[in-house]
Structures are given as structure tokens and as C-alpha cells.
Design a protein around this ligand. Structure first.
Ligand code: BDR
Ligand code: CA
Length: 320
């Protein structure tokens, strides 16, 4: 079992990434930590609790609230991409509240409790991770592996032509994290990895719909806004980098090619804020980028997870 924390700005693909962490037989999800990103903070917390409810894990995996805005910059949402992130669904059980422990304290505590064993998967802006690094200087060294969904390998962005969203929102945090000395940092990039290997086409979505489970209905509904947005901007389906990041953290055999780089973030550029530079020539690499995955196997594994039954009570919420 792999002890895991997922740091997330929960909407759409973040919800499915949480399902991977909650339902994969090798994942031991210790906590979900929330960071400002995709949609309003309260909506993100609602989405995480809804996902936990669907997976039947409410009260079992704690949700910790973290940074509600980036370190320096104004927050920028991605609600034009994801809508509210769950297709307008409202959670059934509002008795369960987030943990009173702050996300940064939970990250540090779990890294100490599982020193050298904990994997952290960061699928939102890196604000909480940067704060943990600043609060506890030993934090980075205690984490076994940090998987970051962020950046493009000298390629195109999504929120701007130059920058990928997670890095763009808090470039100063990304800069701190990349310089913190984490022993193993794995990067799941937007370009080329997500755009080539983590796109679910209309045919893929039909296969998910045909599963006809509560979880598959949730996926199709929560994914619709992202699917429509991605197709509008010329992608051949919806993008799933966050789900892929969690899966790779649990099972690295999905990666077919990897390469070491020195990754840096532009914090000063006007047109290039949050752009990532991957130096392939460096003698001091600080990340390993996944360059290619088995895309079909990734989709099949998502299909397998979504074929499982959801917790009782959610069928009605998603009926029709
Ligand atoms: C990333 O930005 C967010 O909108 C997605 O959840 C993903 O983590 C892709 O750039
Ligand atoms: Ca995300």
C-alpha cells in the first residue's frame, strides 16, 4: 500500500483523481488537502466531500483546508473550463465537515509520521506545498516522492500561450517548491504528455457512459463542461492530467519514457508569467518528467475504477 496525500483544487478531473486515490487497491489515501485554484474555495471543498461520499469514504479520509489564495498574486479561477466542477450536483450528506487541522500542518505531520514513505500528489497550484516548505525546513527531505501536475516541457500553455494553469496561478510557490530539495519530483506536463496521452475522446466517454454505474454517470456529468471547453479550443476530447498523476504515483509502470531535467519557473515575465523552462542539458536536474505513458492502459484503468459501485444513496442523485 502506498501512503498518499492529494493536494487538490477539486473540480472535474481533480474529482476523478480523488476517485483513483480512494478506490485503487494499492492506494492508502491519508488525507486530501485543499488549495485555491480551479473554482471558488467553498465549491472545491463541496466537490471533494461529494466525491468522498460517492466513494463511501466520508469520515474515513479527512479533508484539510489550506491556502485560499496564492502567495503573492491575485487568484485566477478556471471556472470557464470546469463550470462548478461537478455538473451542478449537490452532495447528500452535509453532516461531515472538513478537519480543523490546516492543510499545511497536516502535510507536515503526515510527512513526519511516514518519514521517507509518503507520496504527495499536487494537482493544483503549489501554494500549500510552498508554505509547508517554509514552515518546516525538513518537510521536503521527509517526502518520498512529490508528483506535480504542472507546466509544459518547453511547450504550449493553456491559461496563456506560455503557461499551464497550476504553475501560472502561483508561480512564486512553484519556484519555492522546485528549489526546496525534494529528493524525487515527478512531473506530469500539460504539453506534451497530457495533450497526447491523457485525452478522452467522445468514443472513450461513450464507453464510460455504457458502464451505466453511478460513478460512470458522475464522471460523464462532472466532465461535461471540461469536455465542451477542451473541444472548443481544439483538443480532441477532455483532458485528464490529474487522474493520470495519481495513477502514476500509485503505479509507475504506466510510464513508458522518462527524462531528467532542471525545471525552472518564470516569475518575472510579462507575457511568460508561470512559463516553465526544462533544461535537458543540466548537470543538476531537479525533476523527472514523464515523457510518454501507455494511454490505452490508463483509460482502461479509469474504466475499471468507474465500473465499481458507488456508496448507497447516490444512485438516485445521479438517476436519469
Ligand atoms: C490543470 O489545471 C486545472 O484546471 C486542472 O485541474 C489541472 O490540474 C491543468 O492545467
Ligand atoms: Ca487540478
Amino acid at each position: 500500500m502506498i501512503p498518499l496525500v492529494i493536494d487538490t483544487d477539486t473540480a472535474a478531473d481533480d474529482c476523478f483523481a480523488l476517485l483513483v486515490g480512494l478506490l485503487h487497491p494499492r492506494a492508502d489515501l491519508k488525507a486530501i488537502t485543499m488549495v485555491a485554484g480551479n473554482v471558488g474555495f467553498e465549491q472545491q471543498v463541496h466537490n471533494a466531500l461529494l466525491t468522498l461520499g460517492l466513494a463511501g469514504r466520508l469520515g474515513d479520509v479527512p479533508v484539510h483546508l489550506g491556502a485560499q489564495r496564492p502567495l503573492v498574486r491575485e487568484w485566477r479561477s478556471a471556472s470557464e473550463v470546469h463550470g462548478d466542477g461537478v455538473g451542478g450536483l449537490r452532495r447528500l450528506d452535509d453532516a461531515h465537515a472538513p478537519s480543523p487541522e490546516h492543510a499545511v500542518d497536516a502535510l507536515i505531520r503526515l510527512a513526519e509520521e511516514h518519514a521517507g514513505e509518503l507520496t504527495v500528489v499536487a494537482i493544483g497550484p503549489l501554494t500549500n506545498l510552498a508554505l509547508a516548505v517554509r514552515k518546516e525546513p525538513r518537510f521536503a527531505a521527509l517526502v518520498k516522492e512529490l508528483v506535480i501536475m504542472g507546466g509544459s516541457i518547453n511547450g504550449r500553455g493553456n491559461i496563456t500561450p506560455a503557461a499551464e494553469y497550476n504553475i501560472y496561478v502561483d508561480p512564486e510557490a512553484a519556484d519555492i517548491v522546485l528549489g526546496a530539495g525534494f529528493p524525487n519530483v515527478t512531473i506530469v506536463s500539460w504539453d506534451p504528455l497530457t495533450l497526447r496521452d491523457a485525452v478522452f475522446t467522445a468514443e472513450h466517454i461513450d464507453r464510460i457512459r455504457d458502464l451505466d454505474t453511478t460513478l460512470s454517470r458522475f464522471f460523464v456529468r462532472a466532465n461535461q463542461a471540461t469536455f465542451d471547453f477542451d473541444v472548443r479550443v481544439g483538443i480532441n476530447g477532455s483532458t485528464h492530467p490529474d487522474s493520470l498523476s495519481v495513477l502514476l504515483a500509485i503505479d509507475r509502470s504506466y510510464a513508458l519514457e522518462e527524462r531528467r531535467y532542471r525545471m525552472s519557473v518564470e516569475t518575472r515575465g510579462e507575457l511568460t508569467r508561470g512559463a516553465t523552462v526544462f533544461d535537458w542539458r543540466s548537470d543538476e536536474p531537479n525533476v523527472t518528467a514523464i515523457e510518454r505513458i501507455d494511454a490505452e492502459r490508463f483509460f482502461e484503468s479509469m474504466l475499471g475504477l468507474l465500473a465499481q459501485e458507488a456508496a448507497p444513496g447516490y444512485g438516485e442523485l445521479l438517476a436519469g
